[in-house]
Design a protein around this ligand. Structure first.
Ligand code: HEC
Ligand code: HEC
Length: 297
C-alpha cells in the first residue's frame, strides 16, 4: 500500500471511540501459537515496500493492480499455496482450493475455460460490486468479500480491477482432478443425473444449463462447475446458497438445499451430469466425495 493510504487508515482507526475489553486467551493450536515462527515465515514470504507503478501501463491498470494485489488480497484465496502456506507466485491468481475453508476459488486471469476469458470488463466490475452478473452469482467466502467490502468500492475502482484482471495471461489451475471414474461407472451415473437434473434443477438453471441472466447462474461453461475440485457444486447442492443482498442487487434469488431430498448417490450423479454436459468436460464425481462434505456446513 502507499504510505499516504496507510496513514489515512491509521487516522480513521484513531478516531474510533475507545472500548474497555479484556483480551481473550489465544486459541491458536501448535505450531501456529509460536510467535517466533512468524519471523521465519516473514523472512521467507514477506517483501517490504510500496507498489511500484508499471510505467508502460495506464493509470487505470496500475490502480487495478494496486487494489487486487494490495488491499483486495485476492491472492489469499485465488492463488495456490505451498506446504508452509506461502503463495506460489508463479501461479498467481490461477485458481486453488482454499485450505481449511475447502471452497475452490477459480482462476481470475483471462483463461477462456477456467478463468474470466468469457467475461467483459463490465461483467467483472458489475460482479465485484453487486455479487451478480449475466454469468454468475456469488456464494461462500466470495460473498463475504463482496458483502463486507467490494460492494462499497467505487465504480472507478471495480472497473480498474477488471481492467487489470483482463490483462493477466491465461493460466489454468494447477490442481489435478480428484477422480477418474471409468466409463462403466460414468454411464449409469449420467443417466441418473440427467433424470434428477430435468426434474429438480432445470426449472431454474435451464434445460441446457443456460441459466437466466442476473437470476440463476448458467451451469454450462461455468468455471466453478468444471473446476478440478468439484467441492463447490457438491456443497451448493447439499446446502443451497444465497448471494448477499447488495445495493446493486438487493433481492438475489436463492438456491434451495437438497441434503434431505437427495442421497449421496443422487448428488454424485447430478453433479457428474452438470460437469459433463452441454460442452462441459470435467471428471465424474464419486458418492464418497459427497459423503465427505455432508457432515460440514
Ligand atoms: C476469502 C476468499 C476469497 C477472497 C479473499 C477473494 N475471493 Fe474471489 N472467490 C472466492 C471463491 C471461493 C469463489 C468461488 C465462489 C463464487 O463464484 O462465488 C470466488 C469467485 C470469484 C469470482 C467469480 C468467478 C467466476 O467465474 O464465477 C471473481 C470474479 C472473483 N472471485 C474475484 C475476486 C477478486 C477480484 C478478489 C479480490 C478483490 C477476490 N475474488 C477475493 C474466494 C475469494
Ligand atoms: C429455485 C431455483 C433453483 C433450483 C431449483 C436449483 N438451483 Fe442451483 N442455484 C440457484 C441460484 C439462485 C444459485 C446462486 C446461489 C448463490 O449464488 O448463492 C444457484 C447456484 C448453483 C450452483 C453454483 C454455480 C456456480 O456458479 O458455482 C450449482 C452448481 C447449482 N446451483 C446446481 C444446481 C443443481 C444441480 C440443482 C438441482 C439439484 C439446482 N442447482 C437447483 C437456483 C436454483
Amino acid at each position: 500500500m502507499s504510505r499516504a493510504e496507510v496513514d489515512d487508515l491509521f487516522a480513521y482507526l484513531k478516531r474510533l471511540p475507545a472500548i474497555a475489553q479484556k483480551t481473550p486467551q489465544p486459541e491458536l493450536q501448535f505450531p501456529f501459537n509460536q510467535r517466533p515462527l512468524l519471523a521465519v515465515w516473514r523472512a521467507l514470504y514477506f517483501t517490504e515496500g510500496e507498489y511500484k507503478p508499471d510505467t508502460t501501463q495506464t493509470a487505470q491498470w496500475n490502480r487495478g493492480a494496486y487494489l487486487v494485489n494490495g488491499l483486495g488480497h485476492c491472492a489469499a484465496c485465488h492463488t495456490p499455496r505451498n506446504t508452509l502456506g506461502g503463495l506460489k507466485d508463479k501461479l498467481n491468481l490461477s485458481g486453488a482450493t482454499i485450505p481449511v475453508l475447502n471452497w475452490f476459488a477459480p482462476a481470475l486471469n483471462n483463461h477462456p475455460l477456467h478463468g474470466l476469458g468469457k467475461w467483459t470488463e463490465d461483467d467483472i466490475a458489475q460482479y465485484l460490486q453487486t455479487g451478480m452478473n449475466r454469468h454468475a452469482a456469488t456464494y461462500g467466502p466470495m460473498s463475504e468479500v463482496i458483502a463486507h467490502s467490494l460492494q462499497f468500492a467505487s465504480t472507478a475502482d471495480t472497473k480498474a480491477m477488471a481492467v487489470y484482471l483482463k490483462s493477466l495471461p491465461a493460466q489454468a489451475p494447477s490442481e489435478k482432478e480428484s477422480t477418474g471414474l471409468g466409463q462403466r461407472t460414468l454411464q449409469p451415473l449420467m443417466v441418473r443425473g440427467a433424470n434428477i437434473y430435468t426434474n429438480t434443477c432445470a426449472e431454474c438453471h435451464g434445460k441446457q444449463g443456460e441459466g437466466k441472466a442476473n437470476q440463476f447462474p448458467a451451469l454450462a461453461g461455468n468455471v466453478n462447475v468444471i473446476a478440478p475440485n468439484p467441492v463447490n457444486a457438491i456443497r451448493m447442492v447439499l446446502n443451497g446458497g444465497f448471494s448477499p443482498s447488495t445495493q446493486g442487487a438487493p433481492y438475489p434469488h436463492g438456491m434451495p438445499p437438497y441434503r434431505v431430498e437427495l442421497s449421496n448417490n443422487d448428488i454424485a450423479a447430478v453433479v457428474t451430469y452438470i460437469r459433463r454436459s452441454w460442452g462441459n468436460n470435467a471428471s465424474g464425481v464419486a458418492s464418497i466425495e459427497v459423503d465427505k462434505q455432508r457432515g460440514k456446513q
